[in-house]
Design a protein around this ligand. Structure first.
Ligand code: UDP
Length: 358
């Protein structure tokens, strides 16, 4: 059984789902944590995914209701289907389905295990720690993450580094990304615009923080005189009421994966609080400025493609100036992901399931 519910989970699992269907009796459970078309159904059609077996339709307006629904509704499907193993990716509230699974003695495999920002303000950090410690098979992307797990006393025999699955998603869909007409539709020229995403709760739930993001974008627009395209997540949009939008900033609905990736490949620079975007820009050889105080992906900083600017107008502005003034010399190291994560995951899961039967 796989349980997931958000945009990044659907994207990252998209090359793994078909293999799970091929090699196992796979029950696919969407919690619907992200329920809008722009954050969910568009990815099922673009990434050619089948309809999930269950849509849990969890309530999402309040934290407590959301967590309660993830736990009680996932428990119902777990008890009904009695899976041999539950696969979870990442750190979202949907991943808290690990709690009822562990309670009922179901094996849990956690992909994207071991990421740590060491920033406990983040809801994702709390979820990561919980899910890792409830899991029986830990599947980090990198050795960095593996070391984090071992520092928390997770036994190395449970850990398998499998690489980052985003690479094979991009590689598989490169022809579709190239076919995207978004540049023409938006009348954008390569390297002549900034692309922004920001929706982490610690950045946008507080109006003062959101203000810093807009002041930074205003300063960047004044200096560079380039358009700033901001496909906006509904969480940020819901906080926008009292916020005036600076000149040059163009807020649009979230884009599909092909259009967004095409913009990433052609932007002058990405400004983001996303986890996946800095990985994608490293792969696309594009500069990225992360507008957060911490990151669970230090590999992108070490590679040189991403500056961690914090949430401060001058730091964000200076980081953008800095990273756009140098030639991108970084490159994706295959130790971060070699495009074969899906088949590794399948083989590891098979060995775990076979062993249990013996
Ligand atoms: N993305 C997208 N459309 C957008 C913005 C992002 O398809 O308008 C994709 C992006 O390419 C990446 C993923 O969504 O693969 C990132 O999701 P998000 O930032 O929500 O999650 P995080 O990576 O921070 O967990």
């Amino acid at each position: 059984m796989s349980i997931f519910g958000t945009r990044p989970e659907i994207i990252r699992l998209s090359r793994i789902f078909p293999l799970l269907d091929k090699h196992f009796e796979h029950i696919m459970v969407n919690t619907n944590q992200n329920y809008t078309k722009e954050l969910s159904s568009i990815f099922f059609s673009e990434l050619e995914l089948r309809k999930p077996d269950y849509d849990l339709k969890i309530r999402t307006a309040k934290y407590g209701d959301e967590i309660a629904d993830v736990i009680s509704k996932s428990e119902q499907v777990i008890l009904k289907e009695n899976p041999d193993l539950l696969l979870i990716l990442g750190d979202t509230n949907s991943g808290l389905s690990a709690i009822p699974a562990a309670h009922h003695g179901i094996q849990i495999a956690h992909l994207e295990a071991g990421m740590r920002a060491y920033d406990i303000r983040m809801p994702e950090e709390k979820n990561r720690v919980l899910i890792d410690h409830l899991s029986t098979v830990l599947l980090p992307y990198t050795h960095y993450s593996r070391e984090n797990l071992m520092r928390e006393n997770i036994h190395p025999s449970k850990i398998y580094v499998v690489g980052n699955p985003i690479i094979e998603v991009i590689d598989h869909f490169t022809p579709k990304i190239e076919q995207s007409k978004i540049l023409e539709q938006m009348k954008l020229k390569p390297n002549d615009f900034f692309l922004v995403t920001a929706h982490r709760s610690e950045n946008v739930d507080n109006l003062e923080q959101l203000k810093i993001i807009f002041l930074s974008l205003e300063k960047i627009h004044k200096k560079f005189k380039k358009r700033i395209i901001y496909p906006m997540h509904p969480r940020t949009f819901s906080k926008l009421k009292k916020q005036s939008i600076p000149n040059g900033v163009e807020i649009i609905l979230p884009l599909g994966f092909f259009d967004f990736s095409k913009l990433e490949k052609n932007a002058l620079c990405l400004i983001t609080d996303s986890g996946t975007v800095p990985e994608e820009t490293l792969y696309f050889k594009k500069p990225c400025v992360t507008i957060r105080e911490s990151t669970e992906r230090p590999e992108t900083i070490e590679a040189g493609s991403n500056i961690l600017a914090g949430l401060n107008v001058d730091n964000i502005f200076n980081s953008v100036k800095q990273i756009t003034s140098i030639n991108p010399e970084w490159s994706w190291d295959s130790s971060l992901g070699d495009g074969k994560t899906a088949s590794k995951v399948i083989n590891i899961l098979r060995s775990k399931l076979e062993r249990r039967k013996i």
